[in-house]
Design a protein around this ligand. Structure first.
Ligand SMILES: Cc1cc2nc3c(=O)[nH]c(=O)nc-3n(C[C@H](O)[C@H](O)[C@H](O)COP(=O)(O)OP(=O)(O)OC[C@H]3O[C@@H](n4cnc5c(N)ncnc54)[C@H](O)[C@@H]3O)c2cc1C
Ligand code: FES
Length: 503
């Protein structure tokens, strides 16, 4: 298999070049992080007449949003039966209708701004290959319809194999996420609104009437702050480290002209298999996704790509070409409902949007609409079901996710010299824990024999990092921070790099 880990979205759009933030600036709202949440929220806030400053640590829209599969849908797995049981019919309807409104809002923004982003109306389907799952899927259709959602049951599809049945939502959509978001970003920049790249936020201080947002090279004074960093970066509020964990999954971009596909699909069964199409470079690509696992828990991540490739061989009878492969991660909340709204108990004017459980295209618009309303002093009718503070009254519930237990295990592991490997044992292309000068460290030897040694303790809350073989990165199983082989930050919540140890 060819070894190139860059998404179709990144490969078919230009790189951006916004300035780095230096000095001081006053603004109404500072938005931290420019993925789909940050860019969408900044856009709506500007439309509402506010001064907005968007601060991105890297380049805009090069994080998880650049590595998504970008299905825009309110069918988030088989979920409406569960949310109705857990929270009641009203809350379930709020969830579904908020996401349906979000899809409509994306449509309107694209039309209003004439954004050429390959937006296409589609069905979205969760299908099963097993007879025994049919009653569950029928029930999901019944519940979803009773909530006013566009659900129906299907027995056939354009997938290259027979399905037993599926939950199908009509009037859903797909797009090219970077084409959409780079165009929105152009609408944000200008007048009293700014986008800054390479401007990592490292701290936040309370001010009399607002917040001081501190970057590497400057300070933004803002009445309101939106934390859109995927995993929220400020640990002293909100307890997000106990309320979420990160899960990675993988995608291949292939062509298989003998097997035309129409619609968007995901399997009900695990390992998950996801399908959609995308036109680019004169080709009709099929994006095949799946193989999710907790970030940092699996070292042989190359196996995930290999499994998808082998699966493609079977279903396309070997008649396909591989053009792209990429991976990303998303945040999994305790009850499968995103955390949107005020960041913590005592943080008026500080907002968060996270925990999209791999359904962030519509959920990010839900978040942008709720947060914009909050800042403008309006009550959004859908806000309660998404409240980011819903577990604050019952901290014991947070234990259910096992996130605290997992963190404790990994913090202890980081302090044990539980390997006998040394530098001499390291093979070409291998990354692992070794003992170096009496300390456990992380070491990677590239194919040319160059060795990179890093501190193995995550700078976020001190968990032990694990090597990610496919992406050549050091990943944290606790909350999903990721670092390069040289220790630079790839992924929040960390705001500090790990030390590269000189040989
Ligand atoms: C494989 C995969 C497939 C998916 N497919 C779908 C799909 O089909 N449909 C769907 O709805 N959802 C899907 N999702 C989910 C969706 O992609 C995500 O929920 C969404 O992209 C998250 O957007 P975000 O803006 O929160 O994060 P990101 O896009 O990661 O943006 C966060 C930004 O914050 C920046 N940042 C971090 N720390 C700082 C700091 N300290 N200072 C400044 N900036 C900072 C980062 O650099 C980054 O640019 C998928 C997820 C995965 C993993
Ligand atoms: S991401 Fe939290 S400890 Fe590493």
């Amino acid at each position: 298999m060819r070894n190139f880990n860059r998404s179709l979205w990144l490969e078919t759009t230009p790189i951006t070049n916004y300035e780095t933030f230096r000095g001081e600036l006053k603004t109404d709202v500072a938005v931290i992080g420019a993925g789909i949440v940050g860019i969408t929220t900044a856009y709506l806030l500007k439309k509402a007449g506010l001064r907005v400053t968007l601060l991105e640590s890297n380049r805009i829209c090069e994080g998880n949003t650049a590595n998504t599969t970008a299905k825009i849908t309110s069918l988030h797995d088989v979920f409406y039966t569960k949310i109705t049981e857990n929270y009641g019919k009203d809350s379930a309807a709020q969830y579904g209708l908020a996401n349906e409104k979000a899809i409509q809002k994306i449509r309107e923004i694209i039309e209003e701004n004439k954004i050429d982003c390959d937006f296409k109306e589609q069905i979205n389907v969760i299908y099963t290959l097993l007879e025994e799952n049919l009653p569950m899927l029928h029930e999901e259709v019944r519940v979803a319809r009773s909530l006013g959602l566009p659900a129906r049951f299907i027995e056939e599809s354009s997938l290259p194999f027979d399905i037993k049945g599926g939950v199908c939502f009509d009037n859903q959509a797909q797009f090219h996420p970077r084409k959409y978001l780079l165009a929105l970003a152009e609408k944000i920049e200008g007048g009293d609104c700014h986008i800054f790249e390479n401007s990592r936020v490292v701290d936040l201080e309370n001010e009399d009437k607002g917040y001081k947002v501190i970057t590497k090279e400057g300070t933004v004074y803002a009445s309101n702050v939106v934390v859109a960093t995927h995993f929220p970066i400020f640990d002293r509020y909100g307890l997000y480290f106990a309320k979420m964990h990160a899960e990675r999954s993988y995608a291949l971009g292939i062509t298989a002209p003998d097997f035309p596909l129409d619609g968007m699909y995901k399997s009900y069964e695990n390992p998950a298999r996801s399908f959609r199409t995308q036109e680019a470079n004169g080709n009709q690509y099929i994006i095949l996704g799946g193989e999710g696992h907790r970030t940092g828990e699996k070292e042989d991540t190359q196996e995930c790509y290999n499994n998808l490739f082998e699966y493609a061989k079977v279903i396309y009878d070997g008649k396909f070409d591989l053009h792209f492969k990429w991976s990303a991660q998303d945040m999994m909340p305790l009850d499968d409902i995103p955390y949107i709204g005020q960041y913590g108990k005592s943080t008026e004017g500080l907002y968060v949007a996270t925990g999209f459980k791999k359904w962030g295209m519509s959920s990010s618009m839900v978040a942008a609409m709720i947060i914009t309303d909050e800042i403008m002093g309006k009550i959004n009718e859908h806000r309660d079901i998404f409240s980011a503070r819903r577990f604050e009254l019952a901290p014991s519930i947070m234990e259910l996710g096992g996130n605290v237990k997992e963190a404790t295990k990994n913090i202890i592991a980081a302090r044990l010299n539980n390997t006998t490997k040394t530098l001499e044992d390291l093979k070409l292309g291998e990354g692992t824990h070794i003992i170096y000068k009496g300390e456990k460290v992380g070491a990677y030897k590239d194919e040319e024999g160059r060795v990179y040694i890093v501190d193995i303790v995550c700078k976020h809350l001190g968990c032990e990092l694990h090597f990610n073989d496919a992406e050549k990165s050091w990943d944290c199983p606790c909350h999903g921070s990721r670092y390069t082989i040289r220790g630079e930050i790839i992924e929040a919540p960390t705001t500090e790099p790990i030390k590269l140890i000189q040989l």
